[in-house]
Design a protein around this ligand. Sequence first.
Ligand code: SF4
Ligand code: SF4
Length: 137
Amino acid sequence: MTHIITSLCVRDRGCIEVCPVECMLPGFPLEEWPWIYIDPDTCIDCGACVPECPYMAIFPEDEVPSAYTAKGGEYISQVGLTGHFEGTNHHGNPISIDTARQLEAGEVLDFTPDIQPHYDFFKDGPGYGVKDVDDGR
Ligand code: SF4
Ligand code: SF4
């Protein structure tokens, strides 16, 4: 099994540096790969990244919510969305996401479709190659 980062990820990057096996990578280009991605073949399911995420975006694969009830005000980021999120990440660098949407309280979302992109990122996507283009955002 692996851990999974869901659409609640807004690239804060707080999680990446605590991973003992360095299997978390930022997606590039952002419009196609908006989250941080976990390599399912390398993740040892230690759970160290979970409490580091201020946005509570990380779950064990078998606990990814299929009916997440929004508190209201949080953002999701998904390919195809056109809203804007702006903030500052864990390292003080600006975050700017153009594939975002702010949630309304009580909205119910299924995050299980967020599982497969982690497998795709390392199989068909850029994978560990993003280390060459990582600009800290
Ligand atoms: S800490 Fe959370 S929001 Fe930040 S990059 Fe990791 S999963 Fe995404
Ligand atoms: S669960 Fe552990 S090994 Fe897996 S991504 Fe998180 S910190 Fe890394």
